[in-house]
Design a protein around this ligand. Structure first.
Ligand SMILES: [Zn+2]
Length: 286
């Protein structure tokens, strides 16, 4: 197992990244994976004889950090606004869907279709029932939790078994084993045994009491900076960002998320990927 990085990043250059933002007009390709694959394939002497390069840390420019934008609980109020922002910024993201939301109102059905058809979006599993928002009860019965995710997988016709647990920041991904609330451990282990890769998050943009995005994009950019500077991400140089579709109903929140993504792009320090491109554990330093 080759480890790509010799150590956690302590790149001090990141301290000044936001000061440099206004000085650069470079906008990154938003879903760099595809671009990298195409570039590599076209430069090969016998491209047809080669398989596409495996997605791993080797394809990350050492000066760059990878951000996985993830949005939970869709389709929901705010989903359409989210898609407009992602389209405008041409940035990829992952939607952790709630199965029953996809079959709720006519609007939710329509938004589910928009999510499915948008090539910037990857769909992932956030359970069928969302625990009916009664998390402690839900996680008491591991088998029922696995069943709930299986139902969502089937009903949403998801290909991968990438899951995020409702109301819990849980990781079960190769050697990354994190459970924020210990009474959920058996359920989380059950999901892992059932073949699910459970992905939590490194940074959440939380809501205000009005269920809008709390605080400014500048504050969130500082948090991104701080996580990388202090090596708080689960996998070195890879940050999973979370917020929720339903916080994107008002103009201010829409603008703030748009500015957040725009400034990340213009900093020229980050690439964006879908969650299925998150590194495997042999690329993780512990
Ligand atoms: Zn949720």
């Amino acid at each position: 197992m080759r480890k790509i990085f010799a150590g956690k990043s302590t790149n001090k250059a990141f301290l000044g990244m936001f000061a440099l933002m206004s000085a650069t007009s470079v906008v990154l390709h938003s879903c760099n994976f595809k671009n990298e694959v195409n570039d590599t394939a076209s430069s090969q002497e016998h491209p047809t004889a080669e398989t596409a390069p495996k997605m791993d840390n080797e394809s990350v420019d050492p000066d760059k950090r990878v951000i996985y934008l993830t949005f939970d609980d869709g389709p929901n109020q705010g989903t359409e606004n989210l898609l407009k922002i992602l389209d405008k910024r041409n940035v990829c993201a992952t939607a952790f869907l709630v199965g029953r939301h996809a079959y709720g109102s006519t609007k939710q059905k329509k938004d589910f279709k928009l999510l499915k058809e948008n090539p910037l979006i990857e769909l992932a599993n956030h359970s069928f029932t969302h625990a009916h928002n009664k998390y402690s009860d839900f996680y008491k019965t591991a088998d029922a939790v696995v069943r709930d995710f299986d139902i969502a997988k089937d009903s949403l016709k998801l290909h991968d078994k990438i899951a995020r647990t409702p109301g819990r920041n849980i990781w079960r991904l190769n050697n990354i084993n994190v459970t924020d609330i210990k009474s959920s451990t058996a359920a989380a282990d059950g999901l892992k045994r059932a073949g699910y890769k459970v992905i939590g998050w490194d940074l959440e943009w939380r809501p205000s009491h009005k269920m809008t995005l709390k605080g400014s994009h500048e504050a969130m950019l500082k948090k991104v900076d701080s996580i990388f500077l202090n090596d708080l991400e689960k996998t070195s140089r890879h940050l999973v960002f979370l917020t929720h579709d339903q916080y994107l109903r008002d103009t201010d929140s829409i603008n703030e998320l748009d500015l957040f993504i725009e400034k990340l792009q213009k900093s020229n320090k980050f690439v964006f990927r879908k969650i299925s491109q998150y590194p495997k554990i042999n690329e993780v330093l512990n």
